[in-house]
Design a protein around this ligand. Structure first.
Ligand SMILES: [Zn+2]
Length: 272
């Protein structure tokens, strides 16, 4: 079911991992950002849009992870985009004939049958350093950075003052670093948080890729919480982040395991 979070901006939440897809209304139809997750949910989204008389005119994936690259035939064949680096990363991945086998361990077995992969990652890269999404609709600023995944972008719907954060600024997920990044994943993440902080004054609503929508008063707090987490990782301090504590929200206990893995992998990296 679609839920309006600001004028012309609607959210469709998946049962899987509280994943948010975003719909932005333009003049001739909608821009769909990070379509999620189960086939039935994507078909229901297509139904909702049909009822509203809103064709899909474009799509965007915030970053090259499977759960942000999906689509469904009923959503039509409008072009889908990502940053240049995002598209290059996806193309390299899909060039492996065994990509469906490679992706299988990432998808929880209880939903694997329900996630259609045939349209995964069919995206076009925008020219490098594009900062405006090219479409006939409200101005959408692209904020590309190096946190979480190559070519990750947040989108700022300027007039509606909505920040679509991709996999950052979540109330349930900790910052998940791109530990395959050969440069400095900690500094990359902190730099990305600074970019988001720079626009925080223009934002009334933050939509994380997974988790609850945040109101204006939570934006600075979420940035601070993510920064504190990343700094504790960097300095090898124990984390007091509520998202990895035993009292984390029900169903999110696995986030503590992700945290432990990050601690271990960073320790290995620093030994190299
Ligand atoms: Zn991700």
């Amino acid at each position: 079911m679609l839920r309006q979070v600001a004028e012309g901006v609607l959210i469709h939440e998946s049962k899987f991992c509280q994943s948010n897809a975003v719909v932005v209304q333009g003049r001739a139809g909608v821009l769909l950002i990070d379509v999620r997750i189960l086939g039935s949910e994507m078909a229901a989204l297509a139904d909702d849009l049909r009822e509203l008389g809103q064709p899909v005119v474009a799509g965007f994936s915030t970053h090259p992870h499977w759960d942000h690259l999906l689509s469904h035939p009923e959503l039509g064949a409008a072009p889908r985009y990502g940053t240049a680096r995002c598209a290059t990363t996806v193309r390299a991945f899909l060039s492996d004939a065994n990509w469906k086998t490679l992706i299988a361990p990432l998808i929880p077995p209880d939903i694997a049958e329900q996630v259609p992969l045939d349209l995964l990652g069919i995206i076009t890269g925008l020219p490098a350093e594009t900062t405006r999404f090219p479409w006939d609709g409200p101005q959408v600023r692209i904020i590309e950075h190096r946190a979480h995944a190559p070519g990750h972008a947040a989108l700022l719907i300027e007039k509606a003052r909505v920040l679509i954060a991709g996999d950052m600024l979540s109330d349930v997920l900790i910052p998940m670093l791109d530990l395959n990044d050969t440069t400095d994943p900690i500094e990359g993440y902190l730099a990305a948080l600074r970019l988001l902080e720079d626009v925080a004054g223009d934002v009334d609503i933050v939509v994380p890729g997974h988790g609850s929508i945040g109101a204006a008063d939570q934006i600075a707090a979420r940035i601070d919480q993510d920064r504190t987490y990343v700094q504790a990782l960097r300095d090898a301090h124990a984390s007091s982040d509520p998202r990895v504590s035993p009292s984390a929200k029900e169903g999110w206990g696995w986030v503590a395991d992700v945290h432990e893995r990050q601690v271990q992998r960073l320790a290995q990296r620093s030994k190299r």
